[in-house]
Design a protein around this ligand. Sequence first.
Ligand SMILES: Cc1ncc(COP(=O)(O)O)c(C=O)c1O
Length: 424
Amino acid sequence: MMALKDYTKEQLVTLKAELEKEYNEFKAKGLKLDMSRGKPGADQLALSNALLDVLTSKDFEQGSVGSSEMRNYGIITGIPECRKLFSDLLGVSADNIIVCGNSSLNMMFDYITQCMLTGSDGTPWKDQGKIKFLCPSPGYDRHFAICQYYAMELITVPMTGEGPDMDVVEELIKDSSVKGMFCVPKYSNPTGETYSRETVDRIAKMKPAAKDFRIIWDNAYIIHDLKDETDHLDNIFDILKKYDNEDMVIEFTSTSKITFPGAGVACLAASDKNIEIIKNRMQFQTIGHDKINQLRHVKFFGSVDGILRHMQLHKAILAPKFDAVINEFDALLSEYEIASWTKPNGGYFISFDVMPGTAKRVGQLCKEAGVTLTTVGATYPYGIDPQDKNIRIAPSFPPVDELITATRLLCICVKLAATEKLLG
Ligand SMILES: Cc1ncc(COP(=O)(O)O)c(C=O)c1O
């Protein structure tokens, strides 16, 4: 057992030759494995197949079912039954919920677009010169991409294990061109961390110089537990109320990783004032979303308890996949002290840090041997990881045996890249 940094040059040369041999043996297998996609596996999708049976033509023989005519235009804020379901899930009054279509990311894009073109509450952001957005990182590349699309300046805020570094955030928001921040407060993508009580409190009481500052509170993994030991996240709207600051946050979630990604239901929660502004904008966007799918989800789950029971089934499939990757890392990498990895209680990712300056090389080695990782760098604004060390591992999609093979290859690549670096 010896850390790689303690190897002599001769030992490193020997190790490198051994690793190259192992690597080439893997390469010769002609693998085609993928650990890049944060999406449910086929067995998880099958858990929701009955969603397709809960409403049939028979249900509609006597007219519509549910609180209103589901088959026609209308009800822009979503059907009351579904608003109630999300209200119970988020702990926010149903009046403060808008249920939309199939994607929360789509809703976030629309909201940022609204801020750009007509303002969050006041002057449009596009008319305020160069604006900036805070991006806690490692984070979700599609959040960063929205800001980049609108040519905002993206500012990296380090994650601490308990959410964004609030000392940094509190300093940055003194600048009135800083207009907002993306947050994935529970089982964050990709670090898996959950914002602590203190972090949520410090966020809720922020008084940014920009009066039209908005936080996108993307609660995508709100109930996506992997362990019996679960993380607790305070309800942001309860805390915001204490500081009379409810207009600062728009919360989003969806059933994408609960039922069918791309065919689920998404919603937002916001203050009375923000709901009015958003509703007013939406009137020009649509005559209503897919109410039948909203009703299907209500019938399928019945209640939040129904959703929680369903999440236990996901957990039973996902937990062994996370364990498989983590066990390989523990067994194959620990002694070398060249990498670290998260062991999250929930979410969809393992955040994997390799020796600084080697992550891109690891991605390249894996690719050449047939294993695709999330594009290295993607977890940072502009796709540039300043230390070139973070890799997002997505264990949900491949079967366990493929995951183990891919992780073994990944470990060889991590060691090989580190050895190459140490040898200069
Ligand atoms: C943090 C986060 N937000 C949003 C999404 C996408 O959500 P939706 O399918 O509701 O658009 C993802 C998907 O991976 C995600 O990781």
